[in-house]
Design a binder for this molecule. Structure first.
Ligand SMILES: Cc1cc2nc3c(=O)[nH]c(=O)nc-3n(C[C@H](O)[C@H](O)[C@H](O)COP(=O)(O)O)c2cc1C
Length: 206
């Protein structure tokens, strides 16, 4: 079994989303672990060059040259990496009500047609069935109640991306209120860590 831990936690040791990921990692006893640090290994974004190659290769199924292939190399490597994992855990803070740009670029990199999802007869389907995903998001504010519930596009977006790719079990923890005062922060972080440990125990049977 292989577990891929994807992190974007630029506050490093002060990061509460890193604390959640560390809590998960500490529970894993029986899996190969691979770590992708998006602060170090920054994903490519689609530009004119790689979008052109992606469409001709993945949608139009045309032959492309080895030179053209090179512009997709990083996206292809990240896609191969997620395909090789049985369990994927992604940890990041909420930035401006959504996923930080490198996390979105990672999703764009791995959600390649014909690799992690496909379409036929006007219908879309995921290709990652049988795999599990856990999303760990820390936010400064609180989003579980009206009206702020409608402003949360970080965890909700990441969940949809994994569901679209066909992951069979998609879980998410919104570790909210990290800037809502010391009491709320420590109580919510404690609860989130408990939830993380419970999911790890359930998934790894320990
Ligand atoms: C650039 C930036 C944008 C942020 N945007 C939001 C936001 O839209 N909503 C929110 O609740 N918190 C926001 N925050 C606060 C962080 O989500 C919060 O501090 C979180 O705990 C950071 O995660 P970390 O502890 O893993 O570093 C933002 C912080 C930064 C630095």
């Amino acid at each position: 079994m292989k577990t891929l831990l994807v992190k974007y936690t630029p506050r490093e040791e002060r990061s509460t989303s890193k604390k959640l990921l560390d809590a998960f990692r500490n529970e894993i006893k029986n899996s190969e672990i691979e770590v992708l640090d998006l602060c170090v290994d920054v994903p490519d974004m689609f530009d004119v060059k790689n979008m052109n190659v992606y469409i001709h290769r993945n949608y139009l199924k045309e032959e492309i040259s080895s030179e053209q292939q090179k512009v997709m190399a990083k996206m292809d490597a990240m896609t191969g990496q997620i395909k090789s994992a049985d369990i994927v855990v992604v940890a990041f803070p909420m930035h401006n009500f959504s996923t930080p740009a490198p996390v979105k670029a990672w999703f764009d990199s791995v959600m390649l047609k014909g690799q992690t999802w496909d379409a036929a007869d006007g219908k879309y389907f995921g290709l990652m069935n049988g795999k599990k995903a856990l999303i760990l998001v820390s936010s400064g504010g609180l989003y579980t109640k009206e009206p702020m519930i409608h402003w949360e596009h970080a965890l909700s977006l990441a969940k949809i991306e994994f569901q679209f790719m066909g992951f069979s079990d998609v879980r998410g923890i919104l570790n909210e209120g990290m800037n809502a005062g010391d009491e709320i922060q420590s109580e919510n972080l404690r609860k989130s860590i408990d939830n993380v440990r419970a999911i790890a125990k359930e998934w790894y049977g320990i």
